[in-house]
Design a protein around this ligand. Sequence first.
Ligand SMILES: [Zn+2]
Ligand SMILES: [Zn+2]
Length: 353
Amino acid sequence: MPMRNNTSKRKIRLSIMVVLGAALLGGVLVMRSYTEPEKHPPGKSYSAVSLRKTIKALAPLHEKLGKPKPGDWLERFDEPGQSFAQYLRCRPITPTKKRTTIYILPIGKFTKTQDKVLRQTAEFMGLYYCVPVKLLDPVADKLIPANARRTHPSWGMKQFLSPYILSKVLRPRLPKDGLVLFGITATDLWPGKGWNFVYGQASLRHRVGVQSIYRNGKPDDGPAAYRQFLRRTLKTATHEMGHVLSMLHCTAYECNMCGSNNRQESDRHPMWMCPQCLAKLCWAVRADPKMRFKKLAAFYKKAGFKAEQNFCEKSYKALGGKDDKTGENTDKKPPTPRGKPKNEPGKSARKSS
Ligand SMILES: [Zn+2]
Ligand SMILES: [Zn+2]
């Protein structure tokens, strides 16, 4: 959790809200300035009519959000929530003919294991959002000048200033066809004076975000540690992407779009989205929810995420899918090599920036 030195817990949590709240306000501005109303044909699986049926079919598989525990996000902050109907009314950000692709930009150096996590994150983002993803070649962290980096005064780790990365590293590099440009760094981030650190920060107005994997664990400490590291990285990336698509924090169910005030809380929330948030996602990117579950189940099976795989298989069946196909890994191809991008949904590739 982001922390300040020598300050009360209340102040610490307020600081977290400031960063995330700023992102949400940006999202509201974007909703009004960038989007145009979009109507999907009623017969399509991603139409509002069809997605309302999807919500009903999936609801029994989901757990309503209980009373917040002390220190939880909703115990600290009042949030309005956002139903599928409310989402449609806010004219959300969606991909367009011109704005088609999620770009991920690694910043600085990564270990071999971290690099594997980046590739899996790119693949997963494509499957989760049903939007083409391009994993760009890394940029050197020398782009970040001395006045935007520091050594933490008490703990001693190297840190980068996250607002600098958003405004000076990512914004100028957002490609013309970019739905979003996400930076990922293995170096710790801090958002400014008085702060100890932050996991990530987004500027939705400009469709850029950055996250650090520094505090996600030790992926080389065996298979369970690797899965935990990967799970945390995937959850942060997909949660932030939800905000880019104008999704507010979920207050209805245990859901990937729930706000998190600390590591325990964020680990507790699932990787999947609740029916309301899933409907938003599928409507925004015009995705067939059933096929999405099938593809995600295959990813989870390959990654060793059993609970997530089971959840996708159950959801697939609840939407009328045949169980003999779920979880089947039909993608036998090795990861796409660096420098050979493939502009296909569900695939990842690196491309020079
Ligand atoms: Zn959030
Ligand atoms: Zn939700």
